[in-house]
Design a protein around this ligand. Structure first.
Ligand SMILES: *Cc1c(COP(=O)(O)O)cnc(C)c1O
Length: 394
């Protein structure tokens, strides 16, 4: 069977569709991957075509075959009408906020949001005359009471950054829509493998492609995937700001997507087994992982998400900065560093001092773990060494 015979995604399972998405091998001499096209200028055959911009590619900033392949692949993953690519996950947060907010507008943001998102709202948006109000992820239907006539954006993240609070996404998106606001959701944790926000009424799904889609800690990129109604405004904002991504990086993310479900399955299994083990440890007060039945948001998670990934946190049972440092400095396999979603395990102490409405755990320091693809027994032994270092302090 040639690749062309397979080009009928309609009847195929999602995994098959995703593997075929974004590239037509017939258009590149049979090669199964898209060409890596670098370029600014694109030539037109005649002035009429140029005036009407009547060809798929018109200028490098507006897109290339490599970037289009990745955008189309993400659209298949997300079930979106269109996707734009930006140079980082943070830019995937700031671009849609800039696209849909202006002076005098009100923006509602979940309080468990990614820290740099909050910083963007509190600095750049504030200077532009946008008022940001933070709401408790547990607010539920109470979100309706915070809506104002000038509320233009409701910004969600589920689960919340570092502490994994869950919310009812369809309920929040519905309240936003009823009030005439656009809803956006930072979907980086779940990836479209386990959650497709647009199917829950969200208008824009945001990703740090830096994490699982890239998957190898060797690039930065972000994406925003939109509904038919919101896409044009998003694309216009991207072009007005003049931002896009490099062909090489886009190619790497395209490649990463091919194996993302398999990698996430391995991250998920290892993370769950370590999370369950951590729950049995006397040094641990609580494990913050939405897939654990003990987690307060577990029911909400289970109803909306099809699985979990490799990032979760736990709260130390007492202690402070010294205990957290002793634990982290004793780890040999877990690296001490920002970001996550790569092949390697990472750990850090989470700073929750920016929380205003949502309550941060108080039993002890919060440690976030990214469970990589190493052997689980080795990872568990590493964490045991961390706990031993805490005991050595006392
Ligand atoms: C990492 C992350 C981002 C930012 O991604 P970068 O590519 O590092 O800028 C945004 N949102 C969430 C939830 C993240 O975890």
């Amino acid at each position: 069977m040639t690749p062309r015979d397979l080009k009928n995604p309609a009847g195929f399972q999602p995994r098959t569709q995703r593997l075929q998405a974004g590239h037509d091998s017939d258009a590149s001499q049979g090669f199964v991957n898209p060409p890596l096209v670098r370029g600014s200028t694109v030539l037109f055959p005649d002035t009429g075509t140029m005036r009407r911009r009547a060809q798929k590619f018109t200028y490098g900033l507006r897109g290339t075959p490599t970037l289009a392949a990745l955008e189309e692949a993400i659209d298949v993953w997300e079930g979106s009408h269109g996707t734009v690519l930006v140079p980082s996950g943070l830019a995937a947060v700031s671009l849609p906020l800039l696209a849909f907010l202006g002076s005098g507008d009100h923006c509602l943001v979940v309080d468990s949001v990614y820290g740099p998102t909050r910083l963007f709202c509190d600095t750049m948006l504030k200077r532009m005359g946008v008022e940001t109000e933070y709401f408790d992820p547990a607010i539920g239907a109470g979100l309706r009471d915070l809506m104002r006539p000038n509320t233009r954006v409701v910004f969600l993240e589920a689960p919340g950054s570092n502490t994994f609070e869950m919310l009812d996404v369809a309920e929040a998106a519905g309240i936003a829509r009823a009030g005439g606001a656009v809803s956006m959701l930072d979907n980086t944790w779940a990836t479209p493998l386990h959650f497709r926000p647009l199917e829950h009424g969200v208008d824009l799904s945001i990703h740090a492609l830096t994490k699982y889609p890239g998957g190898h800690s060797d690039l930065l990129m972000g994406s925003v995937s939109a509904t038919r109604e919101t896409f044009a405004r998003l694309r216009d904002a991207q072009m007005q700001l003049g931002i896009n991504v490099s062909a090489e990086d886009a190619y790497l993310v395209f490649r990463g997507l091919k194996t993302m479900d398999l990698r996430i399955a391995a991250h998920e299994t290892a993370a769950l087994s370590l999370a369950l083990w951590l729950e049995t440890r006397p040094e641990v007060a609580r494990v913050l992982h939405p897939a654990l039945p003990s987690f307060p948001g577990h029911g909400l998670w289970k109803r909306q998400f099809s699985g979990s990934t490799g990032l979760f946190s736990f709260v130390l049972n007492g202690g402070g900065r010294a205990e957290a440092s002793a634990f982290l400095d004793a780890l040999e396999i877990f690296g001490l560093g920002y970001s996550w979603g790569g092949f390697e395990s990472l750990a850090l102490e989470v700073d929750l001092s920016d929380r205003r409405v949502a309550t941060a755990p108080t039993e002890g320091p919060v440690i976030r773990l990214q469970i990589g693809l190493e052997d689980v027994a080795d990872l568990q032994a590493d964490l045991e060494a961390g706990f031993a270092a805490i005991h050595a302090l006392r």
